[in-house]
Design a protein around this ligand. Structure first.
Ligand SMILES: [Zn+2]
Ligand SMILES: [Zn+2]
Length: 352
């Protein structure tokens, strides 16, 4: 074991602060990565503040971060896919059992025995729980390390590892492609990636937003049309016309208004998670044989496919780069949606 530099929270109410953390020495199958950038995901904030205490109580100290990109510093003797000096990325998972039907199908995100990148029991026993990417380095089994296309801006690559795959995966599953009409509800960290992917996949993209001042940005990101969702007349014009709608809103909202916009066999997928149960009108689903589903991240192979797609289409997240010393401030701004569209921590600041 060795010590790495990190930012951690000591309790649900303490700010993140600089602390050393233990990392394991790379084993035969491990890749050791110097972290260059780590994105800030809203789940980081929930986890740090123990807001998911029922499902995933936070173990302190907590080192969040699952949007990791960096450079390989060393590899174990059995590693074949990476060598020192390569770019590398790590997302929300660092391991799984690899034997269950989900793992066999390449759907590790549904493995009942996966290991999440932080706040998850550490099977290596390096610490009580796994520690995430708000750190200068991490050691991960090569099966869970992704390759990064060399042409992309690394600060903007980091958020692809959660916000990117979370929006890309359902679009692939529901066959978003040329000739399809696709809606994206909510233009935040997730939504702005949804717009970029839907556009690059060739769909006709309509962004729904409550704020008229987001219109220009939506068009810049790749939207063909922008609908102000509070305007009932504007909404009505699109009734029954969408093949797929990605709903990236985590605040309470009227989902029936969107279900009614789906065409026959259209699907609405939730990637945002409102706190309260949603009220669904059954007729909205029955008429038109519409479906409603949800989707988490993607498997490792699909995450690699997403990164390669981003390399081909020159897609990264729109980020505001911050030094790690500003992370607590960034959390407060995140609560006000005051970021376009994701914070990316420049880990060089951790050396300061
Ligand atoms: Zn995330
Ligand atoms: Zn499994």
């Amino acid at each position: 074991m060795y010590n790495a530099k990190a930012y951690s929270a000591a309790s649900a109410t303490s700010p993140l602060a600089s602390t050393p953390i233990p990392r394991r020495d790379p084993g035969d199958n491990d890749v050791q990565i110097e972290i260059l950038f780590c994105g800030i995901c809203h789940s980081d904030l929930h986890q740090v503040r123990n807001e998911w205490s029922e499902a995933m109580p936070t173990v302190y100290p907590c080192v969040p971060g699952h949007e990791i990109v960096g450079r390989v510093t060393s590899v174990g003797s059995a590693v074949t896919a990476f060598k020192a000096g390569d770019l590398a990325a790590v997302g929300c998972m660092v391991d799984s059992d690899r034997t269950c039907p989900e793992c066999q199908a390449g759907q590790e995100q549904f493995c009942p025995n996966f290991t999440l990148t932080y706040n998850f029991p550490d099977s290596h026993g390096t610490a009580p729980v796994t520690y995430g990417g708000y750190s200068d380095g991490i050691v991960v089994d090569e099966k869970f390390v992704l390759r990064v296309p060399p042409n992309l801006d690394l600060a903007g690559v980091a958020p692809l590892l959660c916000a990117g795959i979370t929006t890309f995966s359902p679009m692939r599953h529901w066959n978003v492609s040329k000739g399809k009409k696709v809606g994206v509800v909510g233009l935040g960290g997730l939504g702005h990636m949804g717009v970029k992917f839907a556009h690059a996949l060739g769909a006709h993209v309509v962004v729904f937003t409550t704020s008229p001042n987001k219109k220009e940005d939506a068009l810049r990101l790749g939207a063909d049309e922008v609908v102000i969702s509070k305007n009932a007349d504007e909404m009505k014009k699109h009734a029954g016309s969408f093949n797929f709608i990605l709903d990236a809103v985590s605040a309470d909202h009227d989902i029936n208004a969107y279900l009614g916009l789906l065409a026959r066999d259209g699907n609405l997928t939730l990637v945002g998670a409102p706190e309260k149960p949603l009220a669904i009108s059954a007729f909205n689903l029955i008429m038109g044989r519409r479906s409603l589903s949800g989707s988490p991240i993607g498997g490792i192979a699909e995450t690699q496919e997403m990164l390669d797609f981003c390399g081909e289409h020159n897609i990264t997240a729109d980020v505001e780069v911050i030094p790690i010393q500003k992370v607590n401030e960034a959390y407060e701004r995140l609560l006000k949606s005051d970021v376009k569209y994701r914070f990316s921590i420049d880990m060089a600041s951790l050396k300061a």
